[in-house]
Write a protein that binds this ligand. Sequence first.
Ligand code: BJW
Ligand code: ZN
Length: 256
Amino acid sequence: MSRAVEAPDTQPIDRARALLRGAHHVVVLTGAGVSAESGVPTFRGAGGLWRQYRAEDLATPHAFARDARLVWEWYGWRRTIVSGCAPNAAHHALAAAALSHADFRIITQNVDGLHARAAREPRAIPLELHGSLYRTRCTRCAHRWDDRSTVDATSGDTLPHCDACGALARPDIVWFGEALDDAVLGEAMTLAANADACLVVGTSALVHPAAGLADLTRRNGGSVVEVNVEDTPLTGSATVVLRGTAATIVPDLLAS
Ligand code: BJW
Ligand code: ZN
């Protein structure tokens, strides 16, 4: 009995490869799933809780005003975890693609710095939409600084304070209800609107405005390729969906 054999170019991964190779401008949007195989917990789904809290309970100005110690403790825990993690094959493949193609830009919602650690040149450093786990800023003045220190949250006095004015400091991260940096968001929107292809990797696509970037590409006639282990709100409108983990699929997708 003969069995129909699918032509190689009908496989989703081949279609996705062809779309990306044919695109002049590629933009990549990543989320927590790209770092999952590095050991960084995602926000939603299994392992997404710290103690009994969700990101929505802690990543808000209101939560910080109510209990700065608790919020700093969470960030201290995350700094410790991420410090023990390394970029995985997906971060490395994306960085290599950004180095070999001038118009391949990475935009990340992640604050873990793993894309930047995989980048060997500035061109491969991503736009960080939601800030960085390793930057701290003053709650009163404009001072902000790189900060890889461990957090001592035993009392209000031991929390990070501003060297310039002495006020309480906070993580330099965009919390719910806060505006993203205008320049960073503007650049991300321009890249997405002008892209022929948007590769979306490991995001639940629930958090806006980041989740709207792929739609900008699509509405301007570009393609959307989604890599995720499960469905998201983008799945239905994506041009190609690749079901599997980032560290398995992305290197295969971008192999030259
Ligand atoms: C794998 C995998 C593997 C697992 N391989 N895949 C429009 C509609 C509705 C609401 C809004 C809207 N516009 C704005 C809002 C409000 C709000 C929002 O979006 N709320 C929704 C939750 C409903 N947005 C905001 O508040 C934003 N601000 C704003 O809009 O301001 C307006 C304003 C203007 C002017 C003045 C004032 C205000 C700010 C959003 C900031 C979000 N920040 C956070 C927290 C930062 C804290 C921190 O990191 O410490 O950023 S939220 C959290 O979610 C974090 C993430 O970057 C973000 C996205 O999560 P992500 O990356 O998608 O992770 P997960 O865990 O959700 O998903 C992981 C995915 O990976 C899953 O799909 C898995 O299947 C997959 N996966 N393993 C591949 N191995
Ligand atoms: Zn200050």
